[in-house]
Design a binder for this molecule. Structure first.
Ligand code: BDR
Ligand code: CA
Length: 366
């Protein structure tokens, strides 16, 4: 336990002192009428989706929203017949934890899902200072659309505890962790409760790079670079792992035509997704002179729903955690020369037209 993320360790001692047991109350006091509306909405959504959820695949989305995280969350929520989103667990990454938790709730409310539990997790990486990406995502992390302040609560249960409790409670092998931010929450949960590792169905993560090189240093991708120690714990955990690195996400480009197709849905969600991806696109245009930006995180949901659209290869992946020069590099044994057993399914290619047609079609449901 002494190696645990310091933020989570502090949370453990505070929680022990408080004897907190309420899992469903947010910060601040809400007017009774507002709480009643939230509860009623929650019951209605649950009733509508209960039938379809019976055979859906259970997932927890661990996230640091982020425009592309937002689209990934909407994508998953648009497919309740296939994916049952149990919770959103937030982590510091693109912006500080307080903002990622706020953004996750703004997205839930946009999707009409005030019932979905949103949990705040680790506010800093394991053993390193937090590096954020406001230059890419804007000051809020979700610049672009004009989304209101969220009304729904943040759950009192820490995201790490939620991951641990869920994996203990649900049948072993039934829950997939979809990781679209730094891996701090998941690695911290594995360190705190190693018995959950064998209960995870698999981890599907956006992160890493091989032939595509890095997007935050010459060799490192952002999610892995922010918390390389966490990534190292995860890749060595033995959990079945699917990685969607920059090699594939840089082929999933939001061109003008694809952005226009989101807007043409004519719904609040379609307009918001067009504004979100438009904002992301502006950064790419200014920084790289590119006329289309990669839509990283939704690739994880695309893989879960339509693996036929992707190509992948079983490889061994190791994480650089020592050298400051190459910190967070994913060292991919493409040709099997290391003698180390494969520990990841590394997704490297995609039918991008098929992906966008499917994504746009599903977003039309919200
Ligand atoms: C990843 O970093 C973040 O900025 C995005 O949300 C995505 O998860 C891409 O490198
Ligand atoms: Ca992200």
């Amino acid at each position: 336990m002494s190696g645990l993320n310091p933020g989570y360790r502090r949370h453990l001692s505070v929680a022990a002192a408080r004897h907190c047991c309420d899992s469903d109350c947010g910060p601040g006091v809400r007017p009774a009428a507002q709480m009643w509306t939230l509860r009623r909405k929650r019951r209605m959504v649950w009733r509508n989706q209960h039938e379809t959820r019976m055979s859906a695949h259970k997932i927890i989305i661990d996230t640091d929203p982020g425009q592309d995280d937002a689209v990934a969350i909407l994508f998953a929520l648009a497919c309740p017949e296939a994916l049952e989103v149990l919770a959103l667990t937030c982590v510091a990454g693109n912006v500080q934890l307080e903002m990622t938790t706020r953004n996750a709730r703004r997205i839930c409310e946009l999707a009409g899902r005030c019932d979905l539990p949103v949990h705040a997790g680790c506010d800093r990486p394991i053993g390193r200072d937090l590096v954020t990406a406001e230059q890419v995502h804007g000051r809020s992390g979700l610049d672009g659309p004009d989304l209101p302040e969220p009304l729904m609560p943040v759950q009192r249960v820490h995201a790490v505890d939620l991951i641990i409790d869920t994996l203990h409670r649900q049948p072993s092998g039934s829950v997939t962790l979809v990781a679209i931010g730094p891996l701090t929450n998941i690695a911290t949960a594995f360190e705190a409760a190693p018995d959950i590792i064998e209960r995870v169905h698999e981890i599907v993560l956006m992160g890493g790079a091989y032939a595509a090189h890095g997007n935050v240093t010459p060799v490192a991708e952002f999610n892995i670079h922010v918390d390389p120690q966490a990534a190292d714990i995860v890749v060595h955990s033995g959990v079945p792992l699917v990685m969607l690195p920059l090699d594939v996400t840089h082929k999933v480009l939001v061109t003008r035509a694809r952005n226009a197709a989101f807007r043409a849905l004519g719904t609040p969600v379609g307009r918001a997704v067009a504004d979100l991806t438009g904002f992301f696109g502006r950064y790419n245009a200014e920084r790289h002179g590119a006329d289309a930006a990669p839509l990283h995180d939704p690739c994880t949901i695309g893989w879960l729903l339509r693996p036929d659209l992707f190509s992948a290869r079983r490889v061994n992946v190791a994480i650089e955690t020592q050298s400051e020069l190459t910190m967070g590099m994913t060292v991919v044994d493409w040709w099997g020369v290391s003698g180390h057993a494969a520990n990841a399914t590394f997704v490297h290619d995609v039918d991008a037209d098929g992906f966008f047609a499917f994504l746009t079609d599903r977003l039309a449901r919200l």
